[in-house]
Design a protein around this ligand. Structure first.
Ligand code: ADP
Length: 638
């Protein structure tokens, strides 16, 4: 039987891992135990619908066997096991989608000369066994199959697989522990006290019993008596098969027993996340529906390095038995980043995804969870603003999409969680914005561009700021859609300073402006003619202060949307253009110059018109199509 090679990427990773000077080798046990526990979960889950499994809940266990003579440490489970194909696919490749990212980060780390400590932070699954073992043998049999499989590898050089006998479904991972070296006494992983301590440290909450043979002294009566007639005792070593983990899932324990730090450690281990979560919700609900929940808002969008699984997700348990992983119907998509567990004895065990939506109890739980998550986020916003802003950078997009989803059905639930820039370093809620509005201010003014800085520099903002009003600066078309969906805040409507009437003019001013428009009609038509198709209209501006001109848009598509659509999926979408309107500032000397040229030198007036058109594009952040031609045009005017 030939030796099979690991996939190239796995091989490199494996090399790196085994040969790195890595201090935290002990996590290998946690990884192997966690795989065993998952395998039992799977079989236990199957047994809900398949009565042939023949095991009851109390039969499941994980055995750890340390054999000093053979120098092997075995982790045995009676879980679902693996078929030949699965053993090859699952144990033969590290590479799944997440590993590329992992490798990238590792390379970065290396460049900085670090010791690849990232490995321990993520957890590397099965492969971590090679940190302490020079050979690993896996004897496994898949539930429902007759034959077992023996998979064997001495590390990076490859592996072998062959059929073998195994009495029942389950898996043995037999690690042949490396010889002791100067840096590491690998033999300690064969010491019962050490292994027990590692189980306590990393795997205490594993739901299934982790059993070990543990020797201890036992006192016994010798049958003799001492001088005073009292029985004599002696001691002997006895071995007992003990459960070494406490098994009670962390979320089942009372708040007084488990600190928030314990919960955070649980989260990080479970999700292989290096970062602390930014919010934690613990619920112990009793009443119409009883349940316990422990939910986390991750510190950052974390792509699980190994499963490539980036989704949050809440796992459903009924009395400690997992009934659904990543139950995505419990909370709405806008909270889909929340991770954690919900455990309720009231849930039926064989709930299906379809039933879920209709399950009354789950709906009640879901609603409560949402309220609590929202409450926790509001608290974070109040108590630790920088942290909330970080959360918002990571997950704000989910909330924004939530506001726009289903025709704004959830907008009122979510609106107080939204924050908007009012300057480059300040973000506020719309509620706060309205509270701070001066009496005279009628609307919520906003400007939109690709960055806050750019939005702030739009000429149309000047007039608003000059009146002492604050503006909201939007940086994506989604922000604009959010405002459209919200429609108003505390009775105040939104006003896009680029496209909407600012509402500052008195009736008299309006009239004067109309007269001015009529007076200048010929000139404006001339400018439009000179600019051709690039604009749909040319007008006198009522918004500009110091700038000579600006570009606004008419109709549904704004310049931001146009930019966004340029990268759209269809040709049709990419072709969509905003209707551009050139606005000229009639108070500006540039306009006076244009007017004079129009009367004396039409050729020069045409050139000035084009210059103004391009300047307006520049201030609006639109790329100038032909910069060289523009330079020539300007230089001709000297
Ligand atoms: P991960 O657990 O992150 O998926 P691992 O490298 O630890 O990555 O394991 C790879 C896969 O091998 C697991 O997802 C599982 O399908 C399979 N596996 C590992 N150990 C066992 C086991 N004891 N029983 C059944 N399947 C296992």
């Amino acid at each position: 039987m030939g030796k099979k090679q690991f996939k190239a990427e796995s091989k490199r990773l494996l090399d790196l891992m085994i040969n790195s000077i890595y201090t935290n080798k002990e996590i290998f046990l946690r990884e192997i135990i966690s795989n065993a526990s998952d395998a039992i979960d799977k079989l236990c889950y199957l047994s809900l619908t398949d009565e042939n499994v023949g095991l009851s809940r109390s039969d499941y266990k994980i055995d750890i066997i340390a054999d000093k003579e053979a120098r092997t440490l075995t982790v045995r489970d009676n879980g679902i096991g693996m078929s030949m194909e699965e053993a090859e696919n699952n144990l033969g490749v590290i590479a799944r989608s997440g590993s590329l990212k992992f490798k990238g980060e590792m390379d970065e780390n290396r460049a900085e000369g670090e010791d690849l400590s990232i490995i321990g932070q993520f957890g590397v699954g099965f492969y971590s066994a090679f940190m302490v073992a020079d050979e690993v043998t896996v004897i496994t049999r898949k539930y429902g199959e007759e034959q077992g499989v023996k998979w064997q590898s001495r590390g990076a050089e490859g592996y072998t697989v062959e059929p073998c006998e195994r009495a029942a479904a389950g898996t043995d991972v037999i690690m042949h522990i490396k010889p002791d070296s100067e840096e590491e006494i690998y033999g300690s992983y064969l010491e019962v006290w050490k292994v027990k301590a590692l189980v306590k440290k990393y795997s205490d909450y594993v739901r299934w019993p982790i059993k070990m043979d543990i020797e201890h002294q036992e006192r016994f009566e010798t049958g003799e008596t001492d001088d005073e007639g009292r029985p004599k005792y002696d001691y002997k070593m006895v071995t007992e098969n003990e459960t070494v983990n406490s098994m009670v899932p962390i979320w089942q324990r009372s708040k007084s027993e488990v600190t928030d730090d314990d919960c955070i450690a649980f989260y990080k281990e479970k999700n292989r996340d290096r970062k602390d979560p930014c919010a934690l919700v613990r619920i112990n609900a009793e009443g119409a529906v009883s349940y316990k929940a422990m939910l986390f808002v991750p510190g950052e969008e974390n792509e699980n390095a190994f499963s490539g699984d980036n989704k949050g997700g809440i796992t459903l348990y009924s009395n400690g038995v997992m009934i659904m992983e990543k139950c995505d119907k419990l909370v709405h998509d806008y909270f889909e980043f929340v991770k954690g567990v919900v455990d309720s004895p009231d849930l039926s065990l064989n709930i299906s995804r379809e039933l879920l939506q209709h399950d009354r109890q789950l709906r009640i739980i879901g609603q409560n969870l949402e309220k609590r998550i929202k409450g926790e986020l509001e608290k974070l916003m109040r108590d630790d603003r920088p942290k909330y802003e970080e959360f918002y950078r990571n997950f704000g997009v989910h909330l924004k999409c939530g506001v726009c989803d289903e025709y704004g059905r959830y907008k009122d639930f979510l609106r107080d969680l939204l924050i908007f820039y009012t300057s480059e370093d300040r973000q506020i809620t719309l509620k706060d914005y309205v509270e701070n509005m001066p009496e005279s201010q009628k609307a919520i003014y906003f400007a939109s561009a690709d960055s806050v800085k750019h939005a702030m520099s739009l000429p149309q903002c000047e007039e608003v700021r000059a009146r002492g009003y604050e503006l909201i600066y939007l940086t994506s078309p989604l922000d604009q859609m959010v405002l459209e969906s919200l429609r108003e805040q505390d009775g105040k409507s939104f006003c896009n300073v680029v496209t909407d009437d600012l509402g500052f003019e008195t009736e008299e001013e309006k009239k004067a402006a109309q007269e001015r428009d009529i007076e200048n009609k010929e000139l404006l038509d001339f400018v439009k003619e000179a600019l051709g198709e690039s604009v749909t209209a040319v007008r006198l501006s009522r918004k500009l202060a110091s700038q000579p001109c600006c570009l606004t848009t008419e109709g549904g598509i704004t310049l931001e949307m146009e930019k966004y659509f340029r990268h759209g999926p269809s040709e049709e979408m990419r072709k969509l253009r905003a209707n551009r309107v050139l606005e000229l500032n009639p108070e500006h000397p540039a306009f006076t110059a244009l007017k004079a040229a129009y009367e004396s030198d039409k050729g020069r007036a045409g050139k000035l018109a084009k210059v103004l058109g391009t300047l307006a594009e520049l201030t609006a952040g639109v790329e100038v199509e032909d910069p060289a031609a523009f330079t020539l045009l300007v230089s001709e005017l000297f």
